[in-house]
Design a protein. Sequence first.
Length: 297
Amino acid sequence: DSVLVHSPATLSNLGCGFDVLGLALAAPYDTIRLRRTATPGVCIRHLDGYNLPTDPTRNVAGVALLALLREVPEEIGFEVEITKGIMPGSGVGSSSASAAGAVVGANALLGNRFTKMELIDFAMAGEAVASGARHADNIAPAIFGGFTVVRALEPAIDIVALPAPPMWVAVVHPQIEVKTSESRKVLPAAVPLGLAVRQWANVAGLVSGFLTADYELIGRSLDDYIVEPARQALIPGLAEARKRALAAGAIGGGISGSGPSIFMLNKTEAIAQAVGEALGSVFAELGIEFKTYVGPV
Ligand code: HSE
């Protein structure tokens, strides 16, 4: 009894939608093999070189599976082999992909007895190990695919899953460490009403743009007036990267999740390739090592 899961990278926040909006990418993805065992508990092996913890109480997939097992009356366990295709700390939902993929695989081995909302709840327990906070904006698109709105976590998890128009994403991952837990500490505790109004106007515009495949509206609506200003000091080159990406034809973009990666949405593969190069050129000039990724949504 075993299953193989490919769990995708995701963009969260998408500019103005902090902790709410998310988008699944076609690649990269983590590969997770799960086997059901008669021995209770979770046993994790990493087949990649990342040296992530294998103690299930400290591993994002392990914690998510332990949360799921608490709701399973049978005495069973799981053996899990994880091959990270998504580099940890890259800001494209690496920990969420492992947590989400693990519980989706476990659910398949259990005859799909849990709903997607329940799986999100289990996966969030895992994600909290990495980020120190309960948020589902990477987990929801990893589990549902496409474009997702986390409408509420309380009193019940409420996810709106929407299709995304055809788009190509360019992501640059500068090799600097920005931990989600740290980049949440710099955020303001209170927001002036005027800024909040501009922000939710953009969120409404962005969702409308996705639903109507109106790329110009998406481009006008991505700006984040609240979170990015607080985080931009953690990401050298952000302003210049955006300027060059827009000049190369990008629809728009911003910090990917809590950073350090920067994402840009694009209409075509050719534009996305040019935008990827433009993003990379900024970090090459700054002398910061980087990786770029270009792929379809
Ligand atoms: N919404 C989260 C944040 C995503 O920006 O902190 C990162 O996990």
